[in-house]
Write a protein that binds this ligand. Structure first.
Ligand SMILES: *[C@@H]1O[C@H](CO)[C@@H](O)[C@H](O)[C@H]1NC(C)=O
Ligand SMILES: *[C@@H]1O[C@H](CO)[C@@H](O)[C@H](O)[C@H]1NC(C)=O
Ligand SMILES: *[C@@H]1O[C@H](CO)[C@@H](O)[C@H](O)[C@H]1NC(C)=O
Ligand SMILES: *[C@@H]1O[C@H](CO)[C@@H](O)[C@H](O)[C@H]1NC(C)=O
Length: 405
């Protein structure tokens, strides 16, 4: 039997705001009850689902974890009907509030880049019906409605200042942006520097895509320097939004990640690269003061890592089934290389918890002192969220050690 001992520097108050995508296209995942401690072990405070799985929403009641629930593309045409939208919101959102903190509904995933005109034409009407349902239930101030886009909605993404939407999508995107602006919901983008690397491993610098030290690139139009591709992609989205007149719309990264395994023609899909990408990304998210992007330095990044688990039933190349931070048995797919103190023991289909088992000093990780990672204080947004403005908090850091017994 495998047992994962997750070692966490667990402060009295959780800081940082790491989001994670909890996909379930698999037949071998642990029960949602057993996922609660796994999620805590990586310090995730926000979860994005692709559906509104009642088992998950019930398991996380009272945990304080914030949820985005999703509506699959196959439901969009139905949701145009206001009665069906109302019923859906009552059953899948209202029923779990307030114990489970659902804050957002994503209507469809990457709809616009399927190039399916019928599907595309249903998107905004479905979003509108769901928003109206929330208004009718007086939930619109706590739950927002949005949709997640693929980065390929952009026709140009480099340099970041030249970011622009595909011309054929501009009309439809504008209408959606107007909806966001009126209802106060964010623009969601799925952004994978991995795809850029895989498509062009000889030209794209691995250090630049993995957040490793590198000379970066300078956007010739703005003079802004980019140390990594993800931030460049996010700023390309900012430019595209500005181009349509929506400069102030908040952009959230609904998915980003790196696979730990791929087919022979999938360059870069290795455990080492996945560890660097996701480990460095999580460190960046926990850094304080949290940095935004070069174009929006004062905006807090809101990022959901893809994904919690490797999903064995996903179609497509091998990489598609290997984005998880965890294997289905609950053991880490690879070490993230971060570290801390408290101990939590998690087994694959059962859970028991030991806290305070090991004193911090004996577990001080080699990496932490050299990165200055131990002296992080809370990000402004987190402080607001906790109602503790101005107070310094301990960082939440994570180390995962795997034992076989
Ligand atoms: C739970 O784990 C035990 C021991 O590893 C295994 O024999 C059993 O089949 C598992 N049960 C489920 C439902 O996965
Ligand atoms: C739910 O999450 C939102 C956003 O972080 C927060 O403002 C709100 O207080 C939370 N609600 C509960 C009941 O925890
Ligand atoms: C959708 O259309 C765009 C623009 O014509 C094209 O570049 C893209 O490859 C198409 N995508 C799919 C999945 O067919
Ligand atoms: C989990 O393990 C505990 C302690 O070993 C045991 O008492 C409990 O019955 C187990 N639960 C499940 C669902 O296997």
């Amino acid at each position: 039997m495998h047992t994962v001992v997750v070692v966490v520097l667990f402060p009295a108050l959780v800081v940082g705001s790491i989001g994670i995508n909890y996909g379930q296209i698999a037949n071998n995942l642990p029960t949602p009850d057993n996922v609660v401690p796994l999620l805590k072990s990586i310090g995730a405070t926000k979860v994005k689902l692709y559906d509104a799985d009642p088992r998950v929403l019930r398991a996380f009641a009272g945990t304080g974890v914030e949820f985005i629930v999703g509506l699959g593309n196959e439901y969009l045409s139905k949701m145009r009907d206001p009665d069906k939208a109302l019923t859906w919101v009552k059953t899948n959102v209202q029923a779990y509030l307030p114990a489970t903190n659902i804050t957002c509904i994503t209507v469809g995933n990457e709809v616009l880049t399927f190039n399916d005109t019928a599907l595309t034409s249903n998107l905004l009407p479905a979003m509108q019906s769901l928003h109206s349902a929330l208004v009718a239930l007086a939930l619109h101030n706590q739950v927002s409605v949005t949709t997640a886009h693929s980065l390929s909605v952009l026709e140009t993404s480099y340099p970041p200042s030249a970011g622009a939407f595909r011309r054929d999508l501009a009309g439809c995107v504008s209408a959606i942006l107007s909806f966001h602006s009126k209802t106060g919901s964010p623009f969601l983008i799925n952004a994978y520097p991995y795809f850029a690397y895989k498509a062009n491993p000889k030209q794209v610098s691995l250090d630049f895509v993995l957040f490793q030290p590198n000379q970066g690139i300078v956007d010739p139009a703005t003079g802004l320097r980019y140390d990594n591709m993800l931030l460049a992609q996010i700023d390309a989205v900012h430019s595209a939004l500005s181009g349509l007149g929506y400069k102030k719309l908040p952009v959230h990264i609904s998915e980003t990640g790196w696979p730990s395994k791929g087919d022979t023609d999938e360059a870069g899909a290795t455990p080492d690269n996945a560890k660097r990408y996701n480990g460095n990304l999580i460190k960046m998210m926990m850094m304080t003061p949290r940095k935004g992007t070069p174009m929006r330095p004062n905006t807090d990044l809101n990022i959901y890592v893809f994904a919690l688990f490797n999903e064995n039933m996903k179609p497509g190349p091998t990489s598609e089934r290997n984005y998880g931070l965890f294997k289905p048995d609950g053991t880490p797919a690879y070490s993230l290389g971060l570290a801390g103190i408290d101990t939590t023991t998690v087994s694959s289909n059962n859970t028991s918890t030991t806290t305070g088992g090991t004193p911090p000093s004996s577990l001080t990780p080699p990496e932490s002192s050299s990165t200055g990672f131990l002296s992080i204080s809370a990000a402004p947004e987190t402080v607001r969220y906790l109602g503790l403005i101005g107070r310094r908090l301990l960082p939440l850091m994570v180390g995962i050690f795997f034992f076989s017994s």
